[in-house]
Ligand binder design. Structure first.
Ligand SMILES: Nc1nc2c(ncn2[C@@H]2O[C@H](COP(=O)(O)OP(=O)(O)OP(=O)(O)O)[C@@H](O)[C@H]2O)c(=O)[nH]1
Ligand SMILES: [Mg+2]
Length: 203
């Protein structure tokens, strides 16, 4: 029977636990608590496939989801939150760059930035890492339901001035808006019966 919705595949605490590199992967990265798992749920049309929490450091492994279009979504542990225990931060500071740098089927990275705050030093570091990495990436400003339209406009204008060629979108997982382009990029439509097959050669 044809798979109709995204399913949880595996949770990898180290590179040996990554699933076989057989499908294109799209990763979601950003500061702890920025809303990565919430955006993933909103994109996948699920309330609870990815675990969400108010407490930073909720996602501790690389969590892989398999979507009907054949694409795999990867929820990464966040960065930049001082209260996450040191040993956990140390493991992530190896695991995530290892995945982003060496993973062959990694097709695109969505990097999430909290629209409520100015860019934090850790965000700048991550953006600089991605610029040097040379893979395709795009910014998602998150939690736009929590700020005014004028403040969002100010944040995105400042960002565009600083990072002229980096594409961005603005979204609210809470209100499920702004993510249509992500969903269509991933071949996840509102109506699962109209799923289309996307491959890296057919973006
Ligand atoms: N207002 C608002 N809150 C949100 C939104 N998305 C997520 N949140 C809240 O932000 C908190 C963190 O959400 P998560 O999705 O767990 O964030 P994360 O980036 O996966 O966090 P870690 O796994 O700890 O790195 C939760 O309390 C969510 O309810 C949004 O669009 N709007
Ligand atoms: Mg998470």
């Amino acid at each position: 029977m044809k798979q109709k919705s995204c399913i949880f595949l595996t949770s990898a605490p180290h590179p040996r636990a990554f699933p076989p590199a057989l499908h294109p992967e799209v990763a979601f990265w950003g500061r702890s608590n920025v809303g990565k798992s919430s955006v993933l749920n909103a994109v996948m049309g699920s309330k609870s496939l990815a675990r969400v929490s108010k407490t930073p450091g909720c996602t501790q492994n690389l969590n892989f989801y398999h979507c009907p279009s054949g694409i795999r979504l990867v929820d990464l542990p966040g960065y930049g939150y001082a209260k996450v225990p040191h040993n956990m931060q140390k493991r992530w500071s190896y695991l995530v760059p290892e995945y982003l740098t060496t993973r062959a089927p990694l097709w695109k990275i969505f990097i999430l930035i909290d629209s409520r705050h100015v860019l934090q030093p850790a965000d700048l570091e991550a953006l600089s890492f991605l610029q040097k990495l040379g893979r395709r990436y795009e910014v998602i400003f998150t939690k736009i339901d929590a700020i005014s339209a004028s403040l969002l406009n100010q944040r995105t204008s400042e960002f565009s001035t600083q990072f002229q060629k980096v594409p961005w979108i603005a979204a609210s997982a809470k209100e499920k808006r702004g993510l249509e382009s992500v969903r269509s990029f991933l071949g996840i439509s509102a109506n699962p019966r109209s799923e289309i097959l996307l491959t890296p050669d057919n973006p």
